[in-house]
Design a protein around this ligand. Sequence first.
Ligand code: T3D
Length: 272
Amino acid sequence: MAAAATTVPGSGSTSGPLLQSLEDGVLTLTLNRPAALNAFDRAMKEALLRALKAAERDRDVRAVIVTGAGRAFCAGQDLKERSGPGRDPLSAELRLRYNPIILAMRRLEKPIVAAVNGVAAGAGCSLALACDLIVASESASFVQAFGRVGLVPDTGSTWFLPRLVGCARAAEMMLLGEPIDALTAERWGLVNRVARPDALLDETRALAARLAGAAPIAIRLTKRAMGRALESSLEDALEFEAGAQSVAGRSRDHQEGVSAFAEKRAAHFTGE
Ligand code: T3D
């Protein structure tokens, strides 16, 4: 793919609460409220949801990175905005704004990699957990901060955490609210890789570039199959795999992969 740095239409791309850049099939979304540790205000939530929907439609986007500007990944809900006038009740805020983001991420048929550059707290921790892969800076930490402000874990944390780290560790994180450092997170299987702070973005981009170069139909069906398998019987999972394989097996990309193997060259996948 030719190198191309472009901005994605539909939202403030080079300024505002969410920065966007598209390069070599990798869309980087940067939460951009560093003075508030990238806490979610309404504008940032809306911009993120719009960007995810646009990424789904845009064939040039083959993988997505989510990261934060400054020293934090995301400190969860902006608690100062929450105490302001005219806010929706908490349940409405979740149903109208947070939950659609998490569902859009899980339903996105392209891989999403979190580059967790610092603290990921509350809904910011949930946001990282909703990504397909997580690369954490050595300076990152994961905090289920909800209980500290008298709230219940939300934005998917109760679903993701026990699946990722098991019930005992999930309970510890959610009930005690202590920060988990990057190396512990790696040991627990919460993150895929840990990188030096100055290498985080390069390592994440390299990983995302590999995903962007993979066969899009296979990636899409793999994401779907994994999502379903978490909630289905073995019989159902086997059946879904068989159906998905039938679709992938008819793709040009499958032919290309087999030809590339035989010809001892790199495959060039187009998503057909
Ligand atoms: O709508 C709903 O409410 C429902 C959804 C809820 C989901 C949630 O996410 S609830 C949980 C909300 N998040 C938190 O409770 C985390 C609050 N923040 C912290 O505990 C700490 O800031 C951190 C552990 C994340 C980092 O600590 P530290 O010492 O590195 O930084 P700091 O000094 O506390 O914060 C730096 C600045 O960021 C500071 O601003 P200032 O004083 O310099 O002007 C601080 O107020 C601001 N900040 C940090 N987190 C938030 C925030 N501002 C608004 N909202 C925040 N969540």
